[in-house]
Design a protein around this ligand. Structure first.
Ligand SMILES: Cc1cc2nc3c(=O)[nH]c(=O)nc-3n(C[C@H](O)[C@H](O)[C@H](O)COP(=O)(O)OP(=O)(O)OC[C@H]3O[C@@H](n4cnc5c(N)ncnc54)[C@H](O)[C@@H]3O)c2cc1C
Length: 445
């Protein structure tokens, strides 16, 4: 059995930040990870431009953590743009603030930053044990790992006795990159309070138009054709015509509105999203995803109103729709008067009845406020991030599990969520720092 002062399990940004804190203090650190290389999700995050944090003032910044803003306010105390910028600079990477206020490395990429970070940690003596999958504790409280040198190699069982352990195992999205949520039952079996893992910043399946018409929704009853009856069996998804033509295409620039209720404020935002084979995803949908997910959990479905022309007011849209069109088709009329084409035009045909399409008032109302019902989140594996996880109430202020002295937790495996915009990595790294400091204090006591 190996005896070591501290084991960090998970070589994502949370685990690496904990390793940095401990190795800066001279503690020999061992990091274990199931994957062949470190920081795979961090690298993926860099593909569309690594959004490290956001430059908005601290007060609105903290509200992005919803119910957990108070608890994260205790550890995100400095302006993240300054703190994370200085951290990256120290690793030789400059950052810049984009027009949206988001903060990126100057070359937008994650790989150079990760390379510099790993190099720094190795130079400080941090040892990486890759292809080590943690499987829980043995009867004596030692850490158990399965090690495989290659995918077809036999499994080797390794036991490690660590004085302190930092768990930084991530959530449960993009499992092929390493974080699979397998740890949830292991911690629950030890009495640790873990909230169910749920998709966050995720896509949704839409209610099928035939199902919607049966429920008396916008399309009404004028939908009976052969394709519809074939689709009637399915309660979710676009018509096969719409899906085959428009899956993968963006709605730009549109706005979505969600009514508030006594528990949740209204949501209204302009932006972009994408039609998928069965529904919707993309930045504007992710921003609304917590609200939509919670409404689905309570009511079985949730609706938002899509404004296809947010830059035009309702009166102007009605005027243009009502303008005499002579012998022109409705499609070419909408295209020439309102510039409604492609996916924006087709979603009207997808969701409105013939009668509504031919009624200028109903059509104009729908262009400004088209109700879309979503019935389910896409599976957690497809989500950008994970909600739920180890509850803060199950940990001390230093992020040590009250039920498991010497075991600390950090990163996305904790019970918080945030929208995209750099808020995820900011909290991941802040919690990694606190868990590292907690482990350091524990080793010293
Ligand atoms: C497509 C995409 C784009 C993103 N873009 C951004 C962005 O631009 N900005 C932003 O702020 N956030 C972004 N994120 C989110 C961000 O990448 C994550 O929040 C962050 O990586 C979580 O860090 P973590 O260290 O907590 O977990 P992870 O990065 O998931 O790391 C957990 C590690 O634990 C290891 N592990 C898990 N279980 C075991 C086990 N049993 N034994 C051994 N090892 C184990 C895994 O292999 C993994 O290496 C993006 C996410 C995705 C999917």
């Amino acid at each position: 059995m190996n005896h070591i002062p501290v084991a960090i399990i998970g070589a994502g940004p949370a685990g690496l930040m904990a390793a940095q804190v401990l190795s800066n203090a001279g503690v020999p650190v061992h990091i274990y990870d199931a994957m062949p290389s470190a920081g795979r999700k961090f690298l993926l995050a860099g593909i569309g431009g690594l959004n490290l944090t956001h430059s908005e003032p601290l007060a609105p910044f903290l509200t992005r953590y919803y119910e957990r803003q108070d608890v994260l306010a205790q550890i995100i105390t400095a302006q993240p743009v300054t703190e994370i910028g200085a951290w990256a600079k120290d690793l030789g990477i400059d950052t810049f603030v984009g027009t949206s206020g988001r903060v990126f490395p100057t070359n937008m990429k994650a790989a150079p930053l990760l390379r510099a970070w790993l190099q720094r940690l190795r130079s400080q003596g941090v040892q990486f044990h890759m292809r080590h999958r943690w499987t829980g504790w043995d009867g004596q409280g030692a850490l158990q790992f399965e090690r495989r040198t290659a995918s077809d190699a036999p499994v080797e069982h390794i036991t490690v006795n660590a004085k302190a352990t930092v768990l930084a195992l991530g959530g449960a999205s993009w499992q092929r990159l390493g974080s699979d949520g397998a740890w949830v039952p292991w911690l629950r079996a030890k009495g640790v309070d873990v909230a169910d893992l749920l998709p966050a910043n995720c896509g949704f399946d839409v209610q099928n138009r035939t199902a919607a018409s049966k429920a008396g929704d916008v399309r009404g009853s004028a939908t009976s054709n052969a394709a519809d009856s074939a689709e009637a069996a399915s309660t979710t998804g676009w018509s096969s015509h719409f899906a085959s033509k428009f899956a993968g295409q963006p709605f730009k620039t549109v706005a979505i509105h969600i009514e508030g209720n006594e528990h949740q404020p209204a949501f209204h935002r302009q932006g972009e999203f994408v039609a998928t084979q069965t529904g919707v995803e993309g930045s504007l949908i992710y921003a609304a995803s917590k609200l939509l997910r919670e409404r689905i959990a309570t009511h079985g479905s949730a609706s938002f109103h899509l404004d296809l022309l947010p830059q035009w007011d309702a009166a102007k849209v009605l005027r243009e729709v009502s303008h005499p069109r002579g012998s022109r088709s409705l499609s070419s009329h909408l295209s020439s008067r309102l510039n409604l084409e492609g996916i924006k035009l087709s979603i009207l045909y997808e969701l409105l009845s013939k009668d509504a399409m031919n009624n200028p008032r109903q059509l104009a109302t729908a262009i400004k406020s088209l109700p879309i019902t979503v019935t389910a989140t896409r599976p957690i594996d497809e989500a950008i991030s994970t909600a739920g996880g180890v509850r803060f109430e199950a940990m001390t202020e230093q992020y040590m599990l009250s039920k498991l002295p010497g075991v600390f937790c950090a990163g996305e495996m904790l019970d918080w969520e945030a929208p995209t915009g750099g808020y995820l990595l900011t909290a991941v790294m802040a919690t990694g720092r606190v868990a590292g400091e907690g482990a350091l204090a524990y080793l010293a006591h």
